[in-house]
Ligand binder design. Structure first.
Ligand code: FEO
Length: 396
């Protein structure tokens, strides 16, 4: 029934689109949906690489069967065990009782832990090769990109890298699967948002994996989310390299503020004006109570400059700013040029807390921080303008 989506002569796309879920992992909005990618390598033996979210199990099995017909499935290669990819393993076993589950030691322990399956498994080690006939699949262990069991599989024959979540992005696939057959523009921001929120803490393991894979001669990247990369591999690889080094992708400043009565918001407007007046063209302002935290994190990874403004709330940071600050600490975000400001009604704490945060992060930080008691007054307004100007200088 399905029209097969071919990547090479023997490699087929059998993933699905999720345009239904509101929040990935119950946290991250999916305005453009998400795809769960799975691939078949059809040879004398047939291997499937990863499965899909269990909600789409039926459609997935239909797609697999439409490619292989009545032939049996010999292997399931499990590059990643997070349930958006492993969720249909049990269903797959019901349709293909003899399929061998292929993974490393950590994978197989998770297969048992999540799904109670421990029979007919094949443990593979780093560098081992599984031959399907003409196709040879080579396994590369890439732990903590972004789970401990993550690995990549390289099809030596067709030079295709099955990379797991690496190089993936949010955004369902709208008909085409290969990047060269679609307008990829909408996917770049969703790749940064995906990376910042899901992989962002694991910059060092991603760097290690990139180095490990740098000698592998792949010509196509089949990740578990978003387009199959063929025409844009240098751009995708460069983005991953930069993001995992915590280097910015574009010049500019993201300015995040919280405000209860509008006074800290006015300070934010003045800082933004100071930035713009000093020639910073990309100034992205987020009201922390309105913007989604995943978009804010995306922009923190995207731009080099970061300014945070917070009112004092019960002698602490404004709660939503506090939550953002924890997210940045958790991810060990590096290489930012930072500025901050705040306000209070009877006892100031926000600016002190942001100063301590900046020190902990070891960022280059503006040498003054405007702070206002109650309503915004002329002197502090001027200081906010100057903070914008100072940030622009530091970013030059
Ligand atoms: Fe797409 Fe880490 O799962």
């Amino acid at each position: 029934m399905f029209q097969n989506q071919q990547i090479t002569k023997d490699i087929f796309y059998v993933g699905v689109n999720d345009r239904q879920k509101h929040k990935f992992e119950n946290m991250l909005p999916l305005p453009f949906g998400v795809s769960y990618n799975s691939y078949l390598v059809v040879d004398e033996k047939i291997a499937l690489v990863d499965t899909v979210d269990t909600c789409y199990g039926d459609e997935f099995i239909d797609k697999v069967k439409s490619v292989i017909g009545e032939r049996p499935l010999d292997y399931l290669i499990i590059n990643h065990m997070e349930p958006d990819h492993s969720g249909s393993i049990r269903l797959l076993r019901q349709y293909f009782p003899n399929v061998t589950l292929v993974g490393n030691a950590k994978t197989l322990s998770m297969v048992e832990g999540y799904y109670g399956l421990c029979d007919n498994t094949l443990e593979v080690k780093d560098g081992e090769v599984l031959t399907l006939g003409r196709h040879e699949l080579e396994f590369y262990l890439t732990p903590m990109v972004h789970w401990p069991e993550t690995m990549m599989t390289f099809d030596r024959t067709d030079r295709v890298l099955f990379s797991g979540d690496a190089f993936g992005c949010f955004g369902a696939l709208n008909g085409a699967v290969l990047d060269e057959d679609m307008n990829v523009a909408p996917y770049w921001d969703e790749m940064v948002r995906y990376y910042a929120n899901i992989v962002g803490k694991y910059g060092a393991p991603v760097q290690k994996a990139l180095q490990k894979m740098s000698s592998v001669p792949f010509e196509i990247i089949c990740s578990t989310h978003g387009p199959v990369w063929k025409a844009h591999i240098p751009q995708v690889a460069a983005m991953y390299d930069k993001m995992s080094r915590y280097e910015h992708l574009e010049d500019g400043v993201v300015l995040v503020y919280g405000s209860m009565y509008g006074n800290t918001a006015r300070m934010a407007e003045a800082v933004a004006q100071g930035l713009a007046a000093s020639g910073v063209k990309n100034v992205v302002v987020h009201n922390v109570s309105k913007s989604d935290a995943s978009d804010i994190l995306r922009d923190v990874f995207k731009y080099k400059g970061l300014v945070i403004g917070s009112p004092t709330y019960s002698n602490e940071l404004y709660p939503a700013i506090d939550s953002l600050v924890r997210k940045l600490e958790l991810r060990g975000v590096k290489n930012k040029v930072f500025g901050y400001f705040g306000s209070f009604t009877w006892a100031g704490a926000a600016v002190k807390r942001l100063a301590a945060f900046a020190e902990g992060m070891q960022w280059q930080t503006a040498d003054f921080a405007p702070e206002e008691k109650q309503g915004l007054k002329a002197d502090t307004y001027q200081a906010c303008l100057r903070l914008g100007e100072r940030m622009a200088e530091l970013l030059k």
